[in-house]
Design a protein around this ligand. Structure first.
Ligand SMILES: [Zn+2]
Length: 215
């Protein structure tokens, strides 16, 4: 028999569950004579909503069976009804649909951020955040020079790293180069958002400018 919770197809009929202190009362209401710590086999529908138990689900796209924690199935995130592979594909579609009436730049950035999230593994994401933090520390050391740059302190202008922090991270460039004053410019907020993770100059050009600055 198949169970449908929200819109997800769950294949398990019964499941082994270790009774916790909080779920004891709930289960007693269903007529179970249980005590905290008991291990019982119950129908899926009697599981507490927050149960961190993996259940078998069937992908809406490819019918492949995948495991997902029961508590996540309660969150009504539509992507969860797909196997990990199709979750990714469907996530872009859902996002685009949901942001149908949004500002195109905002939409583009959200999709880009989502792609970044899906396409880099956990460790890379953490490393990137660390790298960006270091670049921003280096950037801070140029505080005085930044305020003298063209368009500094203008309303709706934000500081941009011409060769992007993201590409600096990808290509293992020293944060001292990415955070260097020669890599900084003030851009209109909108233009900077459009630029996102892309670079507006080449690394060679940047290195050249930094070299010339030393003379
Ligand atoms: Zn699938």
């Amino acid at each position: 028999m198949l169970h449908f919770i929200n819109i997800i197809m769950i294949l398990n009929e019964n499941i082994k569950y270790k009774v916790g202190r909080i779920s004891t009362n709930r289960l007693r209401k269903f007529g179970y004579d249980v005590h905290p710590g008991d291990i019982i086999v119950i129908p899926i529908k009697h599981l507490p909503k927050g149960a961190a138990i993996k259940v078998k689900c069937k992908c809406d796209n490819c019918n492949k069976i995948y495991n997902e924690e029961y508590r996540y199935l309660q969150q009504r995130k539509r992507a969860i009804k797909f196997c990990p592979k199709h979750r990714k594909e469907n996530a872009y579609i859902f996002l685009s649909k949901r942001m149908k009436n949004e500002d195109p730049i905002k939409k583009q950035n959200r999709v880009r951020a989502m792609k970044l999230y899906w396409e880099t593994n956990k460790k890379d994401r953490r490393d990137f955040l660390e790298y960006r933090w270091i670049v921003l520390q280096v950037t801070q050391t140029w505080k005085n020079e930044i305020n003298l740059l063209l368009n500094a302190k203008k309303i709706a202008y934000t500081l941009d790293h011409k060769y992007s922090i993201w590409e600096g991270f990808k290509n293992s460039i020293s944060p001292n180069i990415i955070g260097h004053i020669k890599n900084l410019e003030w851009l209109p907020k909108k233009q900077n958002r459009l630029k996102g993770k892309t670079s507006s100059i080449s690394l060679n050009k940047l290195n050249e400018m930094i070299e010339n600055d030393k003379c």
